[in-house]
Design a protein around this ligand. Structure first.
Ligand code: NAD
Ligand code: UDP
Length: 315
């Protein structure tokens, strides 16, 4: 019998890719989203599928589903993830992380479903250890413009741990590093979508700071495979880094985008946002060894696929 799977944030970038993959694998999918950053267009091709249901709901409020329905798995992805989006209403972001995960865990407790929570590399803050293994506790400013997201996600991790220890909920956790690909909004505000859209439109490429800060970019298909393998076989209340360890400076990323789009756009330097992490690279030995997952798509190939998606998106 096919499993019943809830995906919160299912109309967002990662969530809509996850819903598609779960449907392809034969699951029944209930997508819960309040369209804060998500879009109906991300899931419009799923709405006709009779194994897909959309519930417009804010996970800061209690989640009540038909009690006769057996829920097998819950993926908790609902939360704005792009800095300009999560900084727009910091209290909302913090509440979505903390109250949202509490409501998801309550649902899991009631239904005995397994849960997977989408945490983030941001819990490492501006890391003093490089690359970042799961054992690193991080370097996070608790009172700054990124704190609503970083500390919200840290508190959510604590709640995952506590519900698993105190109530026996089978709660799993992935720490996702910068991911890009189809279904991102062209106005998402994160660096890959900004650079590609700017290059395609012939606008200036906005490099923040000196552009020497680094990130490691994972293509969405790899990421979704990783999330599903942690749900299926990962240990409870144990963080797994998920990302592609190939690390680039923002200047290198901009140059790759310019080359792949054959764009004449110019790089312009803009002020570095406060508390912007200087470096980031996932250590992925743990998930490699335990679950045999590693990313397959390298940056140039992933960027090519993302460029053709954004070209259609902005046309
Ligand atoms: P996104 O903004 O595209 O998607 C988030 C989705 O959650 C949207 O559909 C939005 O409408 C929904 N949402 C927001 N608040 C909600 C609420 N209170 N109730 C119900 N729905 C709500 O972001 P994304 O990149 O798809 O990220 C998905 C998850 O993965 C987030 O939890 C994010 O923190 C995590 N993550 C993503 C990345 C990445 O690189 N994409 C990196 C680290 C962590
Ligand atoms: N960045 C940039 N130009 C942009 C958007 C972002 O140079 O138009 C930089 C940003 O300052 C950060 C890096 O790119 O150093 C990654 O930013 P993003 O918002 O994608 O993710 P995060 O900072 O959350 O890792």
């Amino acid at each position: 019998m096919s499993s019943n799977v809830v995906v919160t944030g299912g109309a967002g970038f990662l969530g809509s890719n996850l819903c598609q993959k779960l449907l392809d694998e034969g699951s029944n999918v209930i997508c819960i989203d309040n369209f804060y950053t998500g879009r109906e267009s991300n899931i419009s091709n799923l709405l006709d599928n009779d194994r897909f249901e959309l519930i417009n709901h804010d996970i800061r409020d209690e989640i009540e589903l038909d009690s006769s329905l057996k829920i097998d798995e819950i993926y908790n992805l609902a939360c704005p993830a792009s800095p300009p989006h999560y900084q727009q209403d910091p209290v909302y972001t913090f509440e979505t992380s903390v109250l949202g995960v509490r409501n998801v865990l309550q649902l899991a407790r009631k239904t005995s479903a397994k849960v997977l929570h989408a945490s983030t590399s941001e819990i490492y803050g501006d890391p003093l250890v490089h690359p970042q293994p799961e054992s690193y506790w991080g370097n996070v400013n608790p009172m700054g413009i990124r704190s609503c997201y970083d500390e919200g996600k840290r508190a959510a991790e604590t709640m995952i741990f506590d519900y698993s220890q105190q109530y026996g909920v089978a709660a799993k956790l992935v720490r996702i590093f910068n991911t890009y690909g189809p279904k991102m909004r062209s106005d998402d505000g994160r660096v890959v979508s900004n650079f590609i859209v700017q290059a395609l439109k012939g606008e200036d490429i906005t490099v923040y700071g000196d552009g020497k800060q680094t990130r490691s970019f994972c293509y969405v298909d790899d990421l979704i495979d990783g999330i599903i393998s942690v749900m299926n076989a990962g240990k409870v209340a144990t963080p797994y880094n998920l990302g592609n360890p190939n690390e680039f400076t923002m200047i290198e990323l901009a140059e790759k985008v310019l080359q792949l789009t054959s764009s004449n756009s110019k790089l312009v330097m803009k002020p570095l946002p406060k508390d912007d992490p200087k470096q980031r690279q996932p250590a992925i030995e743990k998930i490699k060894n335990e679950l045999s997952w590693s990313p397959k798509v390298q940056l140039e190939d992933g960027l090519r696929m993302a460029i053709s998606y954004f070209a259609t998106e902005i046309s």
